[in-house]
Design a binder for this molecule. Structure first.
Ligand code: NAD
Length: 294
């Protein structure tokens, strides 16, 4: 069993750390929020006074932070993880961040003999709690092989996507598909209503036809057809519209840097920006259907 430092114990990080504890690992955690840290303690974890303190004592460091800015600070800041971790410590960042930051942090870690993986996840808070996340992993074969048994305690599908940054590349491409498809499915339900077609009927037909996709069959944006979807609980998140906007903007930044056009991705980012600005930021991203109905 490994000594794990877990930094960032929010909606995702806390249940992931709890699953490591359940699997028998020693987990020492840190978060800027004292309430989050207390929850880890209640689950049997230890508490560090800062990220570097936890990293110093660990064999594996896992971070689950909001965005690239915090990841840079925690790893590369003065007295940060890259400076304080012992050589051969395995570093895993599971936050969703830009590819450039992921590659810069991994390169800085490598200079200090530290193997680093970017390992963002899909599956949301439900998947984090159930231990069924999908991990998309970028980094060396050796580091991937070392990390896999630990990631398997928190996820069901663990995919090695290639070198440093490729986990983040996979994540933003996947979420661009999700953002675009959620808007498409929502527009179809809005149009169906205007045409006098019952939502359940459209679901029964499209879920078995060529319009079938995850946004329709697993996360349906209208109440009724998929009882577990946020539409049935007034669009409480789940995965917020603000987070979807963040990921769509990351995809746009990456597309610009790569010199490629993603017209539907660009429009999806605009639609989500409108929704977030008009009060939807904290609602589930499938609540975009309410915005489209206006
Ligand atoms: P969250 O805001 O609930 O948690 C982030 C935590 O990081 C907070 O508790 C915050 O206090 C802590 N934090 C911030 N700066 C810190 C620092 N410098 N040192 C220590 N702790 C710090 O966010 P979340 O929903 O847990 O998401 C975390 C990451 O996972 C994000 O990158 C998000 O895009 C990604 N993600 C989220 C979901 C989801 O459904 N929530 C799904 C997939 C991926």
């Amino acid at each position: 069993m490994a000594k794990v430092a877990f930094i960032g114990l929010g909606n995702m990080g806390l249940p992931m750390a709890q699953n490591l504890l359940k699997a028998g690992h020693q987990v020492e955690g840190f978060d800027l929020s004292p309430a989050s840290v207390e929850k880890l303690k209640a689950a049997g974890g230890a508490i560090a006074t800062n990220a570097a303190e936890a990293a110093k004592r660990a064999e594996v460091v896992i971070t689950m932070l909001p965005a690239g800015k915090q990841v840079r600070e925690v790893y590369l800041g003065a007295g940060g993880i890259v400076e304080t971790a012992r050589p051969a410590t395995l570093l895993i960042d599971s936050s969703t961040i830009d590819v450039e930051t992921a590659r810069a942090v991994a390169a800085a870690a490598e200079k200090k003999d530290l193997a680093m993986l970017d390992a963002p996840v899909s599956g949301g808070v439900g998947g984090a709690t159930a231990g069924t996340l999908t991990f998309m992993v970028g980094g060396s074969d050796k580091a991937f092989a070392q990390a896999k048994p630990i990631l398997e305690q928190m996820g069901k599908t663990i995919v090695h996507a290639g070198g440093a940054g490729n986990g983040q590349a996979a994540k933003i491409c996947n979420n661009m598909i999700l953002g675009v498809s959620m808007i498409a499915v929502s527009e179809a339900f809005v149009l169906a209503e205007k045409l006098g077609l019952d939502a359940q009927k459209l679901f029964d037909i499209s879920s078995k036809s060529s319009g079938q996709c995850w946004s329709m069959t697993s996360y349906c944006p209208v109440p009724g057809p998929v009882p577990a979807s946020p539409a049935n609980r007034d669009y409480q998140p789940g995965f917020t519209a603000a987070m979807m906007l963040k990921d769509l903007n990351l995809a746009q930044d990456a597309a610009k840097a790569a010199g490629t056009k993603t017209p539907l991705g660009a429009n999806a980012a605009k639609v989500y920006a409108d929704y977030a600005e008009s009060g939807g930021a904290g609602q589930d991203f499938s609540g975009i259907i309410r915005h489209l109905k206006k």
